[in-house]
Design a protein around this ligand. Structure first.
Ligand code: AMP
Length: 303
């Protein structure tokens, strides 16, 4: 595994790999690796001859009052994880390498960014779409792996690739959760022991909605209300949004049919967390996808 911090060096390395007929699997990240990141690296390793992981905390996607300065950073630890996952290249550019001058070009994906995190984090997805476009332009033809934990981000990037004919095939991977259900996140590092306990309510709220769906509830408002009430039951949680939307265009639904996303964002102390599940209603029965539990990789059950 080599760590590269120069765009030109990464291009030379990847051109050489492609000349040898190698296919490229690419995992864009902001570092502070956990089992969610590892699952993406593993998926890329399983299907590709050459695996590149980018590690860049992108200032463009943080709002002025957000946590750019306190975002967890651990290059040495991340290099160890990348070695363990048999990654070929860790691309860790500086901010000056990625943005040598003030950027006056941005990529904006409309409609899909109106709700959910797009509403509460104005400009966030422009920052994401812009940096991912740059990364795809640097890496070149590849299969890129993203987590469904950031479901809206995945939808935005898929659509951006399709609209702009970017040479990346986008693959969405399941949410990886701790053994008790908490979705893995680099920001979990900020939680105190007590806050860690409170944060579990996010998963429990989704799991209770999953049970209601299994029992036949099909009204989106009822599901939304159930999740809101679960979050409100814990005074340590400040809910930001709970939305029930179609999973393809992220538009609000009234009835749950086809594939639907139940997504939430909430603050626990100073830490903003997101979580979601997808539901597919087919011939009357609802199949809920909450992701997989760490280690066992068993699908998460409602409980
Ligand atoms: P980040 O470093 O938080 O920007 O995340 C990099 C990639 O890892 C994104 O595609 C995320 O969706 C994905 N990811 C983060 N957390 C998880 C998780 N718990 N399960 C699966 N993928 C995740």
């Amino acid at each position: 595994m080599i760590t590269i911090d120069r765009i030109s060096e990464l291009r030379i390395t990847l051109d050489a790999a492609r000349r040898q007929g190698k296919t490229v699997g690419f995992v864009p990240t902001m570092g502070a690796f956990h089992a969610g990141h590892r699952s993406l690296m593993h998926a890329a390793r399983t299907s590709h001859d050459f695996v590149v992981v980018s590690l860049f905390v992108n200032p463009l996607q943080f709002g002025v009052s957000e946590d750019l300065d306190r975002y967890p950073r651990d290059l040495e630890g991340d290099q160890g994880v990348a070695i363990a996952e048999a990654v070929d290249v860790l691309f860790a550019p500086s901010t000056a390498e990625m943005y040598p001058e003030q950027t006056i070009t941005a990529v904006h994906v409309a409609a899909l960014t109106d709700g959910l995190c797009g509403r509460s984090r104005p400009g966030h997805f422009d920052g994401v779409a812009t940096v991912v476009t740059k990364l795809f332009s640097i890496v070149g033809p590849c299969t890129a792996y993203f987590g469904k934990k950031d479901f809206q981000q995945l939808a935005v990037i898929r659509r951006m690739c399709s609209d702009l004919n970017l040479p990346a095939t986008v693959v969405g991977c399941p949410i990886v959760r701790e053994r008790d259900g908490l979705a893995m996140s680099s920001r979990n590092e900020h939680l105190s022991v007590d806050e860690r306990e409170v944060a579990l309510t996010l998963y429990r709220a989704l799991a209770s909605a999953a049970e209601a769906l299994a029992s036949g509830e099909r009204h989106a408002y009822a599901i939304q209300h159930l999740v809101v009430a679960s979050l409100a039951s814990d005074p340590g949680i400040q809910a930001e949004y709970v939305e029930v939307v179609r999973s393809d265009d992220l538009q609000t639904v009234e009835e749950i049919e086809g594939e639907v996303l139940v997504a939430l964002a909430a603050r626990v102390g100073n830490t903003r967390l997101i979580d979601n599940m997808t539901v597919r209603v087919d011939a009357g029965s609802a199949a809920v996808d909450l992701g997989v539990m760490i280690e066992s990789e068993a699908p998460c059950a409602a409980r």
